[in-house]
Design a protein around this ligand. Structure first.
Ligand SMILES: [Zn+2]
Ligand SMILES: [Zn+2]
Length: 261
């Protein structure tokens, strides 16, 4: 690798600290502004989402923990599992295991097109080397499971809608809710055939009941408060009541967020 290329790669990730044991690892050079989260426990670390996989997230995470690392994606989309290739120990939801084993519905050509779209790629990066991660998880998880990393317990919530096996992760003791692609500011995506707008509403209803102190989304601004969950739930309810909560009904804009159905 040339010096110029390594320079360009060294500023790929942006690291921020939430508390002394929790970090945000962001990829702001792609328009989706993906965030991964590292939770350090006394026995191991949990990495929620592994990003685009363009640069090596393991090298960044290894600077922030000396414990063994388990990776867990909120869902099996390329921007959340790109770095899974660096982690032998990763968990996945049973409803998306098939996407890790040859059945993801989009072609590599389409995925590569989305990877390069509005992205300040590292100099010399060859997108033709980009692959959609495939592999068998070390553990298959489901709704209601708890992940104990030593002094910290993370609860698994199956929250389908954006994708069939989408999960949110709730650390009740700190009030942290990691919402993946279910909740973020910008356009929520529920128009793909693999999305389910009705299930999306049910998932929002569910997380709206949690005692959340901080929302940590997988994309875009981190200036987001728990109240947005109730606003989203209420607007989804109105769409349902108006008979519009289905594929093909359009994009609905609510100011600091919108939804594409
Ligand atoms: Zn997604
Ligand atoms: Zn995403």
């Amino acid at each position: 690798m040339s010096d110029k290329m390594s320079d360009k790669m060294s500023d790929w990730f942006t690291i921020e600290q939430i508390d002394s044991e929790t970090y945000i690892i962001s990829e702001y050079r792609h328009w989706e502004e993906t965030h991964c989260y590292l939770l350090n426990g006394s026995e191991r670390s949990l990495l929620i989402d592994t990003g685009l996989g363009i640069c090596n997230i393991y090298e960044e995470v290894a600077k922030l923990t000396d414990k063994p690392i388990t990776a867990i994606a909120t869902h099996i989309h390329w921007d959340h599992i790109g770095g899974h290739k660096y982690f032998q120990d990763f968990y996945a939801h049973r409803d998306e295991i098939n996407w890790l084993n040859g059945e993801f519905p989009l072609s590599m050509e389409i995925i590569r097109g989305m990877v390069v779209d509005r992205c300040d790629l590292p100099t010399g990066y060859d997108v033709n080397t980009y692959d959609f991660f495939q592999g068998m998880p070390s553990k298959i998880i489901k709704d209601g499971d708890s992940i104990d990393i030593g002094g910290r317990i993370v609860k698994v919530l199956h929250t389908p809608g954006h994708s069939p096996g989408h999960m949110c992760f709730f650390e009740e003791e700190r009030g942290y809710l990691f919402t993946g692609d279910l909740v973020y500011k910008d356009t929520l995506l529920a128009y793909y055939p693999s999305t389910d707008p009705m299930a999306y509403l049910v998932s929002l209803e569910r997380i709206a009941e949690l005692p959340v102190k901080c929302v940590f989304p997988a994309h875009h601004t981190l200036d987001i408060q728990p109240e947005i969950i109730c606003r989203m739930r209420d607007e989804f309810r109105k769409l349902k009541d108006a008979g519009k909560l289905h594929h093909g009904s359009g994009t609905f804009d609510y100011g600091d967020w919108s939804v594409w159905l």
